[in-house]
Write a protein that binds this ligand. Structure first.
Ligand code: SF4
Length: 231
């Protein structure tokens, strides 16, 4: 999505009226995944940033929420939403209108107390995983210095221990990196620890990354079935 954009209303699978919003000014993220559909991370960061356009964006969003019938707002940014210094205002504005709120993040920062209240106001939170060992985490997801896969999984786990909403774990399966039987067993262990309410499993579909990273449909369905059985 474009910076500070509000998408058109669409219907989700249960016929709710949804809008996607992007409250960031560019690609800010704690990672720089080589398979990222949004392209390279321009600002690799784990601190909040002040953006001049945020005030105008909040006004526009408020008008849209007043004028349209919307059931769900999905904060689906081009990067890490917690890089937006005023993210709690965005969340509070949406909740003031009694609208269901869903957000997506890689989840590395979910352990930080300063974000917990904001995240706990969201009805659905999605956290992401894509690899199962430290070497691949560094090589493929290229996080900020000092970040580890162990901490990533631990941060997701600790967050969901206290979160009362619906927690969704989004797993990207990458050919030759996270598609072996050992990888799937490792994901099973992660799932047992994190205890998500729902799991999304997919493989890169964008043309640019499909050739290098996508697994075939039959294997994807097999993995989905296996992971959906984990309790
Ligand atoms: S964590 Fe998500 S947004 Fe950030 S670089 Fe990776 S795929 Fe892109």
């Amino acid at each position: 999505m474009k910076p500070f954009s509000i998408g058109k209303i669409y219907l989700n699978e249960i016929k709710e009226r949804v809008i996607d919003i992007n409250p960031l000014q560019g690609k800010y993220c704690t990672f720089d995944c080589i398979f990222c559909p949004l392209g390279p991370t321009k600002f690799k960061t784990d601190i909040p940033h002040n953006f001049n356009e945020t005030g105008a964006f909040l006004n526009t969003l408020e008008n849209v929420l007043k004028q349209e019938t919307i059931d769900v707002v999905f904060i689906n940014p081009d990067g890490e939403l917690l890089a937006q210094e005023r993210i709690s205002e965005v969340v509070n504005l949406i909740k003031k209108h009694n609208i269901k709120l869903k957000i997506i993040s890689n989840g590395y920062l979910f352990n930080r107390g300063e974000y917990e209240t904001t995240l706990n106001h969201c009805d659905e939170v999605i956290g992401e995983l894509a690899v199962t060992n430290e070497d691949d985490f560094q090589k493929i997801q290229r996080p900020l210095k000092g970040y580890t896969l162990e901490d990533h999984v631990s941060n997701l786990t600790r967050f969901n221990r206290q979160y009362q909403g619906k927690f969704i774990l989004d797993i990207t399966i990458l050919r030759n990196y996270s598609d072996s039987h050992e990888d799937i067993e490792r994901f099973e262990e992660f799932i047992k620890g994190i205890k998500p309410d729902e799991i999304y499993v997919h493989t890169p579909s964008k043309k640019k990354f499909k050739k290098a990273f996508a697994i075939d449909e039959a294997r994807l369905q097999e993995i989905k079935k296996q992971l959906s059985l984990v309790r």
